[in-house]
Design a protein around this ligand. Structure first.
Ligand SMILES: CC(C)(COP(=O)(O)OP(=O)(O)OC[C@H]1O[C@@H](n2cnc3c(N)ncnc32)[C@H](O)[C@@H]1OP(=O)(O)O)[C@@H](O)C(=O)NCCC(=O)NCCS
Length: 428
């Protein structure tokens, strides 16, 4: 990557870094991915997420490896019937795959900036399973389904800083081991934890429209419709992703494991690379909370550095957070503004939109509309703003020029003559 491209990419990714911190992601690494040259790159990207403070649970699959070890398997529908001998082979295959992942996370990630990072990996009895039982007269023996996820046990391990690796198996209270579909295990863990993301790596990893173009975002309802009307190679996996969002997971994603860096492209860029399933796109403006402080800082720091905004210390931001509104897109803060009432007048301040989202998305205009509404709700009839570089934009938004002596007295005293900002007002 060229230096300037790299710098642009990195700047664009910074809002996502704070947005993902302390979030819980459940990631499916299917058996097919173990056969691909990208496996170690995937592990590297997952390690990076761990280092950035993402709480990770990886569920591995092993279908192709099990098929190879058990070529004579009997299937009922799309589920393998697992007898005792098959179960012991499956346990061995799962053990090998899990060990391979554990080893990759333990190699010290040579030749990378993460080479000294030590990542604790944990596996355990996190899933209680039950037998599928007899279906259409066929006893599925050791083929099972998820009965319960040990939520607290998982949370304790994540709180301790570990990354969890879960094999597609579960144990019954009587001590039997059951073979489970990895997709179900991942989805059920994500649902039980009400995770922020459920991510499935896959070979062809996006949904396409009629013209063959990638659909980057889809709602569960339109995905359900698409699956009912068109053939799709990853229909089963997409169905799990759709169900997970319906049952409370914030977002789910299908990401290709064949592209190096796909996970990072999906998680750290606005356009993504795969397909995400989300109930609604958060384009709204809302009042800020303390959790937004880091996101607001990401937006305003560069604008402060360029002189467009007056510098605000973080402490002050925290104290005044109730005055702030934030614009959110895809769950990240992309813009903000603050409203400070002075009786019947109010100051509009700290209006800023992250540079990647300026001009074209109307974020600034929507923030202003919400600020005006907030002011009106506080019986304010005049909004004023002090600006050095954005006069034209405020003119377009219905503000007119005014002079510092039209400011409320208290605010006049704080007027910085050296900065010589233009004073603009708007009657509401
Ligand atoms: C000013 C700002 C908040 C507008 O947000 P935005 O989301 O880009 O605004 P909108 O999408 O609603 O409007 C964009 C339009 O305003 C124009 N615009 C943006 N900044 C402008 C400026 N400083 N002067 C004049 N016009 C400007 C854009 O060119 C665009 O025009 P177009 O629609 O013809 O392409 C944003 O550009 C920003 O954060 N600027 C830097 C911080 C700043 O100056 N804040 C004000 C401090 S008082």
């Amino acid at each position: 990557m060229e230096t300037s491209t790299y710098a642009r990419w990195f700047r664009g990714s910074t809002p996502y870094i704070s947005a993902h911190r302390n979030k819980t992601f459940v990631v499916l690494v299917p058996g097919e991915a173990f056969e691909h040259v990208n496996l170690s790159n995937m592990v590297h990207d997952l390690a990076l997420l761990h280092v950035l403070g993402v709480r990770l649970i990886l569920v591995h699959g092993g279908r192709p490896q099990i098929e190879q070890a058990l070529p004579e398997s009997f299937y009922h529908g799309h589920r393998r019937v697992t007898d005792e001998l098959a179960m012991s082979t499956i346990t061995a295959v799962n053990g090998q795959l899990r060990t391979r992942l554990e080893a990759l996370f333990s190699t010290g990630l040579p030749n990378s900036p993460l080479h000294k990072v030590d990542i604790p990996v944990i596996a355990g009895n996190f899933i209680t399973a039950q037998p599928m039982g007899i279906l259409d007269g066929v006893d599925h023996l050791f083929t099972g389904s998820v009965r319960r996820v040990e939520i607290q046990r998982i949370k304790n391990s994540l709180d301790g800083g570990a990354l969890i690796i879960q094999s597609p198996v579960g144990y019954s209270p009587s001590g039997q081991v059951f073979n489970l579909p990895a997709e179900e295990v991942a989805a059920e863990i994500a649902i039980a934890l009400q995770a922020d993301k459920l991510i499935f790596f896959d070979e062809v990893a996006h949904l396409s429209d009629d013209q063959g173009q990638r659909i980057s975002t889809v709602t569960p309802a339109s995905l359900e419709q698409a699956l009912a009307t068109t053939e799709n190679a990853n229909a089963t996996r997409l169905e799990y992703l759709q169900q997970a969002v319906r049952r409370g997971v914030t977002k789910s994603h299908l990401v290709p494991f064949t592209d190096d860096g796909a996970l990072l492209a999906e998680l750290f860029t606005a356009e993504g690379i795969g397909t995400q399933v989300v109930e609604q796109q958060h384009k709204g403006i809302r009042t800020a909370t303390r959790e937004d402080v880091a996101g607001i800082v990401e937006v305003i720091r560069p604008l402060e550095e360029s002189g467009a905004l007056v510098r605000r210390e973080r402490d002050r931001l925290e104290q005044e957070i109730d005055n702030f509104l934030v614009a959110e897109l895809d769950g990240i803060v992309v813009g903000c503004c603050a409203v400070y009432p002075y009786g019947a007048q109010a100051e509009l301040a700290c209006v800023g939109v992250h540079e990647n989202y300026q001009a074209g998305n109307g974020v600034g205009a929507r923030l202003l509309a919400a600020a005006e509404e907030t002011a009106r709700n506080n019986n304010v009839n005049t909004l004023f703003v002090l600006t050095t570089q954005t006069r034209d934009w405020f003119l377009e938004q219905g503000f007119t020029d005014a002079s510092p002596d039209q400011l409320p007295e208290q605010r006049q005293m704080l007027y910085n003559w050296q900065r010589n900002s233009a004073v603009m007002i708007k009657e509401l």
